[in-house]
Ligand binder design. Structure first.
Ligand code: ATP
Ligand code: MG
Length: 244
């Protein structure tokens, strides 16, 4: 299909020390799709995301972005990171920089934008996540939910072709989760292509076009979000029953 953004092919990761975290998994993501990856702790979800944007190298298999293999030494890491955005559980903001600088820094250094151009774009994306009024704050003075919305804005500013979320709400106090999920839902509704690793099963059911259930390093079940209400495999049934 020509609207294919990402093709993960037979991906495996064995960590130094021998943990076989991902065992030959394959899936595709098409333009505008939101794909949720769910599964127990240790099933390999973060490992898959980290291999996709090359925070770590897969042991075997391929990551293909718009038809081009990116897990090769000659691939430009900066280019990959700006085409594949990532939002982490732990925000990863620079504590010594104001919100606006956290966003404009990458635009200036990776995208080569002029300061005022970068700042203009930073204000635009902050507006999108309702954080414009905190543009001059330092991350230390923001709530977890606000930090995560800044991290989302930072990823958006790079205009990625696909956005990866690794449990974006699991470090947040319960009352702060909703606003972050709303931002992500709005992006999905606007047609942003994304993969969301999440423990928020209800969110996955409501927002994802497709759900991938991982267990012990493999894709154990995959389908439309209806598989959450109607899982076919015993292991996914068992996994979901712990969420009731
Ligand atoms: N850097 C590492 N070195 C060695 N083993 C690792 C490393 N990172 C992860 N692992 C192991 O690989 C397996 C998969 O880990 P991964 O973090 O991908 O799981 P996960 O599905 O994201 O779990 P969680 O839901 O807890 O975040 C686990 O057994 C984990 O202990
Ligand atoms: Mg993880």
């Amino acid at each position: 299909m020509n609207d294919e953004i990402l093709n993960v092919k037979n991906l495996s990761k064995i960590y130094p020390g021998g943990v076989h975290a991902v065992k030959g998994i394959s899936f595709k993501v098409h333009k505008g799709e939101s794909v949720a990856i769910i599964g127990s702790s240790g099933s390999g979800k973060s490992t898959v995301l980290r291999c996709i944007n090359r925070l770590i190298e897969p042991t075997s298999g391929d990551v293909i972005l718009k038809g081009k293999k990116i897990n090769i030494p000659s691939a430009d890491i900066n280019e990959i990171r700006s085409r594949i955005g990532m939002v982490f559980q732990s925000f990863e903001l620079f504590a010594h920089l104001r919100v606006i600088q956290n966003i404009s820094l990458g635009l200036i250094h990776v995208r080569g934008m002029k300061n005022d151009e970068a700042e203009k774009l930073a204000l635009e994306v902050l507006q999108k996540v309702d954080m414009l009024d905190r543009k001059d704050a330092y991350p230390g003075n923001l709530s977890g939910g606000q930090k995560q919305r800044v991290a989302i804005a930072r990823a958006l500013a790079m205009k990625p072709e696909i956005l990866l979320f690794d449990e974006p709400t699991s470090a947040l106090d319960p009352e702060l989760i909703g606003s972050v999920l709303e931002n992500i839902r709005a992006l999905a509704d606007e047609g942003m292509t994304m993969i969301i690793v999440t423990h928020e099963i209800g969110f996955a059911r409501d927002v994802a076009d497709r759900v991938i259930y991982m267990d012990q390093g493999i894709v154990a079940e995959e389908g439309s979000s209806s598989i959450i209400d109607n899982p076919q495999t015993e292991r996914m049934q068992k996994f979901l029953s712990t969420w009731d």
